[in-house]
Design a protein around this ligand. Structure first.
Ligand SMILES: Cc1cc2nc3c(=O)[nH]c(=O)nc-3n(C[C@H](O)[C@H](O)[C@H](O)COP(=O)(O)OP(=O)(O)OC[C@H]3O[C@@H](n4cnc5c(N)ncnc54)[C@H](O)[C@@H]3O)c2cc1C
Ligand SMILES: NC(=O)c1ccc[n+]([C@@H]2O[C@H](COP(=O)([O-])OP(=O)(O)OC[C@H]3O[C@@H](n4cnc5c(N)ncnc54)[C@H](OP(=O)(O)O)[C@@H]3O)[C@@H](O)[C@H]2O)c1
Length: 400
């Protein structure tokens, strides 16, 4: 059965970005907000990364949670002890495991879904159609319920995509080579990793990459080899030197791409060129230097990948598939081809030359749709992190 209703905004996704968007929209008091997610359980950080150490200080999670009046009201009205009181007791200047952050997001979600202006619907947004009217955009959003039995249609003038990203999966660097793929998410969860890899036979895992995910993958594999899996070895394929975040005068160089926290400590003390040969990690990890261009990289894989049992590719994140987005053009529905505007959170139609026309009423946030930032040296990065999403949203949501 299909039911239809009207709302001031539809927010897709209930990870840290979706929660921040709903909070910001509530502060603007636009009217009712429909909020759609299959589970309302804090997104990927809860599903996959509870055991990952954060690369941001606890105080940034706190700042996220206390940035908005609706959030502060939820915190005041949540029976104690709760995720917020637990977070408040941690050392604010240190990092923490992400289960604390995931539980904090869950606490905010539980409060938001009970608010009168919020209509939370457990389901999956499958499609949305834009019919342009001269006065205002109208989106008709189609949603399948979690049990797939019901369909809901919502009409709105604002559709906000906070749909998240997943680890990028590239083809095995040597086509046809028999090797098992070891999912990055599994390697980032030590309890699952320990169950997945054999303990009794010699096993070699290839790890590709040198950013946060790759370094934590190395750390987790080394820790396992030093305890329950003594026959485990690692080959580390990297094409650039280790890069760290650096505190400058009032700003951070490589704030979004450089290593921080536990990953930075481990990399500096055990993986750097001058320490790897003698470090404890060096007994487990063999570095394969793939720098020097595509031909050299291929040669290094050909020489070193055969013989590895597993490969983990820690090569970044890719947007999750979006709902099917179309535009009504007369009697026809035309698929929207679009580009995200990293300055405003809006979208433009893809144009052959220059910026295409702005797509009315469509916005994005979170790891899939982050803000573009330029540091004082002119380096361009994308701002990914709980408090970074919040800062961006506070700036742009008033114009949505
Ligand atoms: C390993 C790792 C560690 C990180 N550590 C930190 C850290 O320490 N500190 C920090 O500040 N940031 C960290 N980040 C960055 C970032 O804050 C997180 O990735 C964050 O969880 C992203 O939130 P999100 O809401 O954009 O996406 P997600 O958490 O992926 O949430 C997206 C949600 O949308 C839902 N969804 C998708 N499509 C649909 C649809 N069609 N209909 C309905 N629902 C849909 C999904 O089910 C999901 O619930 C980390 C990222 C990674 C990958
Ligand atoms: N809490 C934590 O500690 C933690 C852990 C993991 C992730 N995160 C967060 O999650 C987000 C994603 O981080 P990420 O580390 O997964 O990815 P990332 O920061 O997007 O970096 C991707 C890396 O993959 C490399 N790469 C891409 N293609 C490659 C290839 N074919 N071969 C070898 N290397 C390749 C890139 O190197 P080039 O520059 O050479 O292309 C880059 O260093 C970030 O916001 C990060 O802060 C946090």
């Amino acid at each position: 059965m299909t039911t239809t209703r009207k709302c001031a905004a539809v927010v897709v996704g209930a990870g840290p970005a979706g929660v921040a968007v709903v909070g910001n929209l509530l502060e603007r008091q636009l009217g009712s907000i429909a909020w759609i997610d299959p589970s309302f359980e804090s997104g990927r950080v809860n599903r996959k990364y509870r055991e990952v150490p954060s690369n941001t200080k606890v105080s940034f999670f706190q700042s996220y949670a206390t940035s908005l009046q609706p959030f502060r009201t939820i915190i005041e009205n949540t029976p104690r002890p709760n995720a917020f009181t637990t977070m408040a007791k941690l050392d604010q200047e240190k990092t923490c495991h992400l289960h604390y952050a995931a539980d904090m997001i869950r606490g905010l979600t539980n409060g938001l879904v009970k608010m009168e202006q919020v209509y939370a619907y457990q389901g999956f947004v499958t499609a949305a159609t834009l019919s342009s009217r001269p006065d205002q955009a109208k989106w008709t959003v189609r949603i399948k319920s979690a049990n797939e039995a019901d369909e809901l249609e919502i009409e709105t003038s604002r559709l906000i995509l906070c749909t998240g990203s997943h680890p990028t999966n590239l083809p095995v660097p040597i086509p046809g080579l028999e090797i098992h793929s070891l999912d990055l998410d599994t390697v980032l969860k030590p309890s699952l990793l320990a169950e997945t890899l054999p303990t009794t036979k010699p096993t070699t895992v290839a790890v590709v990459g040198a950013s946060h995910s790759a370094i934590l993958a190395l750390l987790n594999l080394v820790t396992l080899a030093q305890s329950s899996h003594p026959r485990l070895r690692v080959k580390w394929f990297t094409r650039h030197p280790l890069r760290y975040a650096e505190f400058m005068d009032g700003w951070i160089l490589r704030d979004n791409t450089g290593l921080k926290g536990l990953a930075a400590d481990f990399a500096r003390s055990q993986l750097e060129e001058n320490v790897l040969a003698t470090s404890a990690a060096g007994k487990i990890v063999t570095k394969v230097d793939c720098a020097g261009g595509e031909a050299k990289e291929k040669e290094m894989y050909r020489a070193n990948l055969p013989g590895c049992d597993y490969i983990t590719q820690a090569v970044g994140f890719t947007r999750d598939p979006l709902p099917q987005l179309v535009k009504d053009v007369g009697d026809e529905a035309k698929p929207l081809s679009m580009e995200f505007d990293h300055e405003t959170g809006a979208f433009h139609e893809t144009a052959a030359v220059g910026d295409g026309e702005k797509i009315p009423g469509l916005f994005g946030a979170g790891i899939a749709f982050p803000q573009r930032v330029v540091d004082p040296y002119g380096n361009v990065e994308y701002a990914v992190g709980f408090f970074k999403f919040m800062k961006f949203l506070k700036k742009v949501v008033p114009s949505w």
